[in-house]
Design a protein around this ligand. Structure first.
Ligand code: GUN
Ligand code: FE
Length: 424
């Protein structure tokens, strides 16, 4: 008897593509070997007798993906939200991250982060740790136990930081290589990802070494790109030979192409950068709340979607104060409307199906067939109880999902399945 064969029954909503939400009222979502076997109105003959969890009128949606989040910043989220990016990094991010040199602090703080992520609707995440290897292992150990499928990165930074949060290029590269080796075979759910913080934090020598590690170990990479005007001007000074910020990564072979790459923000791409990101299949982690909090701007998401570029949503805690990807969806829509009203009438605001697509299938695809309930997709499902909102019988399934996007919190997330395993 196959143990990982079961069905969930409920009101199912998922994204087929960016324009099409699929709803299946009172249907069975069958899981076989950790994958979606199909959605059925009645249980088909070959599945007769399998275990069914009946969730009644509750909503069942694919797990959400947080394509960009800083675990060590969870502790101070919501502080300094009246600052811009670079002063905020120096005032809040760097002093806090320096504390993760102490493993006792890391255990306590990362424990809080792991519990919060576990309680949320997020089933996949791409996470920045700090430059400290022992603390990064603590985060990886804790998250591995939650079942959340996460890429976690030891951060690299060898310039423009504080004295208590800096490495040499040599030490950074050595530590990273040893960390990658030690990760092999150690985890079920989490994987390492190379994480040069951003160009201003990494010397040419360090970027060179990271590019070499990427090719030697074939691991993906995450970083930040074109988030803020002062940052972009700074990168231009550091790499005067480039026509865009992205080229400063491209120089070292770590801007998509053969290197699966997530770039957070991408708020202000110039034409060269846009074309390079598109050509290289770079994943964009759109983080609207952070971009508003830190006064960075609003990314041209409509342009990215129209070009069918790879894009998902990120909380960017603590640039974003909120870990919820439902909030990221609502903020995506809100921010796009502000952009449309104030900046560019040619770029239409983002719709609910588009925001939901980015939060599920768009970001999920970084892991492969993830973020949808089409046959063969990995079985990541979240059961939502929206009964606290009352009156759900008056709304369509899409409208009930919309209310969850704007009004839910973790109390609405009552069960969670990741790769077919119930984690909550
Ligand atoms: N750029 C470099 N580091 C960071 C960070 O920690 N947060 C954000 N939002 N942007 C960054
Ligand atoms: Fe970030």
């Amino acid at each position: 008897m196959n143990k990982n064969l079961f069905a969930l029954k409920g009101n199912i909503v998922y994204s087929q593509d960016k324009n099409n939400l699929v709803t299946a009222a009172s249907s069975y979502l069958v899981c076989e070997d950790g994958k979606v076997a199909g959605i059925f109105k009645t249980i088909p003959k070959q599945y007769e007798g399998i275990c069914v969890e009946d969730y009644g009128i509750k909503l069942i949606i694919p797990g959400l993906t947080d394509l960009h989040v800083h675990a060590p910043q969870f502790t101070y989220r919501s502080l300094g939200m009246d600052m811009e990016l670079l002063p905020w990094l120096n005032t809040y991010a760097f002093p806090e991250e320096a504390k993760y040199a102490q493993v006792e602090y890391a255990k306590k703080a990362y424990g809080r982060f792991a519990r919060a992520l576990s309680a949320s609707a997020t089933t996949r995440a791409a996470i920045f740790a700090t430059l400290h290897v022992p603390a990064t292992f603590i985060l990886m150990d804790l998250l591995d136990q939650t079942g959340v499928q996460a890429y976690i990165g030891k951060v690299n930074m060898d310039r423009n930081s504080s004295d208590n949060l800096i490495e040499t290029a040599e030490q950074s590269a050595l530590d990273t290589e040893n960390w990658l080796k030690e990760c092999v075979g150690r985890y079920k759910n989490v994987k390492p990802i190379l994480t040069p913080r951003f160009i201003p934090s990494c010397t040419d020598e360090l970027m060179e070494r990271i590019g070499e590690l990427q090719r030697k170990y074939n691991v993906p990479l995450q970083s930040h790109l074109s988030e803020n005007a002062s940052e972009i001007a700074w990168v231009q000074q550091l790499h005067p030979d480039t026509k865009c910020y992205g080229e400063a990564y491209q120089k070292y072979g770590v801007f998509g192409g053969n290197c699966p790459t997530i770039m957070a923000h991408c708020v202000h791409p110039n034409k060269t950068e846009l074309e390079l990101m598109d050509k290289n299949g770079v994943y964009i982690a759109h983080c609207p709340q952070s971009n508003m909090n830190l006064c960075s701007g609003v990314a041209p998401v409509r342009t990215y979607l129209d070009r069918n570029m790879r894009i998902g949503l990120g909380s960017d805690v603590a640039g974003g104060a909120d870990l919820s990807i439902f909030k990221a969806m609502a903020d995506t829509i809100r921010a796009s409307k502000l952009r449309w009203t104030l900046k560019d009438k040619a770029l239409a605001p983002i719709t609910v199906p588009e925001a939901f697509y980015m939060a599920t299938k768009g970001g999920g695809s970084f892991w492969g067939k993830v973020g949808s309930f089409e046959e063969g997709y990995e079985f990541d499902a979240v059961v939502l109880d929206d009964s606290n909102l009352e009156g759900s019988e008056e709304f369509s399934l899409q409208q009930r999902l919309e209310r969850m996007i704007y009004l839910s919190d973790d109390r609405n997330v009552i069960h969670k399945y990741i790769k077919g395993i119930k984690t909550r």
